[in-house]
Write a protein that binds this ligand. Sequence first.
Ligand code: ZN
Length: 301
Amino acid sequence: MRYFDPHIHMTSRTTDDYAAMRQAGIEAVIEPAFWLGQPRSHVGTFEDYFRSLIGWEPFRAGQFGVRHFCTLSLNPKEANNSAVAPGVFDLLSIYLQKDAVVAVGEIGYDEITPDEERYFQLQLELAQRFDLPILVHTPHRDKKRGTERSLALIRAVGFPEERALIDHNTEETLPLVLETGCWAGHSIYPNTKMDESRMVALVKRFGTDRIIINSAADWGVSDPLKVPKTAQAMRASGISEEDIETIVWHNPATFFSQSGKLDLCTVEQPIDQTQLWEGNSVLRGQAPTPTSGALSGKETV
Ligand SMILES: [Zn+2]
């Protein structure tokens, strides 16, 4: 089965991860812009980060047979940093136009501050202006209140709910999201957020409609193979192949296709690790591996 991980921070991962992901059947990923673990002190570092998410990282993924798209934003945590927030917000009007950008995100609440709310609303308006869907991060602490306020703000702004993906859901927040027209993401983590068996129970209870799973793997303790591992847990529990494929491929493809920019229908082409990106390759002087895991070019949504 082919898999789509629609929330993974590959910038923080290695080529071994890409190779293992492709081997496990992950054919497409979306990398949301987010916090890099320590506060940034210049707007220019965001610009180079955005440029890497639309340039080097898709190239690097392609060298291992994985399609890579991204979402861009001023992330909730750094919305509180007044030294960079206005400048990063201004950059978005340029970079949201790029072909590889399939949503505005991660946006939302972290500590639920007035600055977070202001930039959340501004970026909802920006997404409407650029006709893009949104990816909404929900906070680790006070998740229920953060989710309720996110849903309320989306409604107050008049943002179309079917174009909003509320992420990092739990048993407590999923029913709130499904009451609206929004989609519901779940980050399957080794120890926190959500795990495979809890996700299986949620699918058995709520079905597959608007349900999405991801690994949210990043620079911290996380696992880039959580989408195929969760699919395996679903399979072992008797959930049908059709339902699994809905969750791990069709749902993320359908949601992000609303951008008009999610081009998953590629012509079959071999991986060529001798290619260069601005003069640089992933090989670091080593011999290319044989053309394993060529991009498949299968039908998409
Ligand atoms: Zn994330």
